[in-house]
Design a protein around this ligand. Structure first.
Ligand code: PRP
Ligand code: URA
Length: 209
């Protein structure tokens, strides 16, 4: 079973409170989403493998560590996932960025795939799927389905706010995927919104309320 990690560092809790506040405007919301994504990237990269490399310091030859292992691909689920990409790239600048477009049908709440563009050789890559919200889990499951269908086999899911319902659905559909979230909230409302949540992440990022 994939691990669920709630990254409730004090800085993250403080920043989450800012974006949960309905009085936070688009510009500040966008900035703080990226700041939280940067902090999450630090935690997500904690278990990246390292290897020995011989270098010379100004004084002696020395064996030190450098990152090894799979090349990283950050995959935002459009559109709100885009809001986390720059923050993640701040810490993992060499990562490639793939895109998966999903929206929730407002009537059925089912995810609809409308765009997929990914780098080649997914079998050899560490995929980080990013989306601020894990609500019913439908979008995350469908996005990860789309990646696995194209060969990805090493996937982590990174979000800001998760509902217990969505965590359960994602864990059941993709038990190999670790989930990193800044907060695990109480529940969904009857319209599939997370409570207390932060509202519609895409609308708040892009000012489309
Ligand atoms: C939001 C959010 C997730 C999805 C989560 O996107 O960014 O992708 O809902 O809900 P789920 O877990 O119930 O699938 P939305 O469909 O509103 O599209 P947007 O990013 O274009 O705003
Ligand atoms: N998508 C959002 O943007 N917010 C929610 O609360 C649920 C799904």
């Amino acid at each position: 079973m994939g691990k669920l990690q709630v990254i409730d560092h004090p800085l993250i809790q403080h920043k989450l409170t800012i974006i949960r506040d309905k009085n936070t405007g688009t510009k500040y919301f966008r900035e703080v989403v990226n700041e939280i994504a940067r902090l999450l990237a630090y935690e997500v990269s904690r278990e990246m493998p390292v290897e020995d490399v011989e270098i010379e310091t100004p004084l002696v030859k020395s064996v030190q560590k450098q990152l090894a292992g799979k090349k990283v691909v950050i995959v935002p689920i459009l559109r709100a996932g885009l809001g986390m990409v720059d923050g993640m790239l701040d810490l993992i600048p060499a990562a490639k960025v793939g895109h998966v477009g999903m929206y929730r049908d407002q009537e059925t709440m089912e995810p609809v795939e409308y765009f997929v563009k990914l780098p080649s050789g997914l079998e050899e890559r560490q995929m980080l799927v990013v989306d601020p919200m894990l609500a019913t889990g439908g979008s995350a499951v469908a996005a990860i389905d789309a990646l696995k269908k194209r060969g990805a086999n090493n996937i982590k899911f990174v979000c800001l706010v998760a509902a217990p319902e969505g965590v359960k659905v994602l864990e059941e559909a993709h038990p190999d995927v670790d989930i990193y979230t800044a907060a695990l909230d109480e529940r969904l409302n009857e319209k599939g919104y997370i409570l207390p949540g932060l509202g519609d992440a895409g609308d708040r990022l892009y000012g489309t309320m």
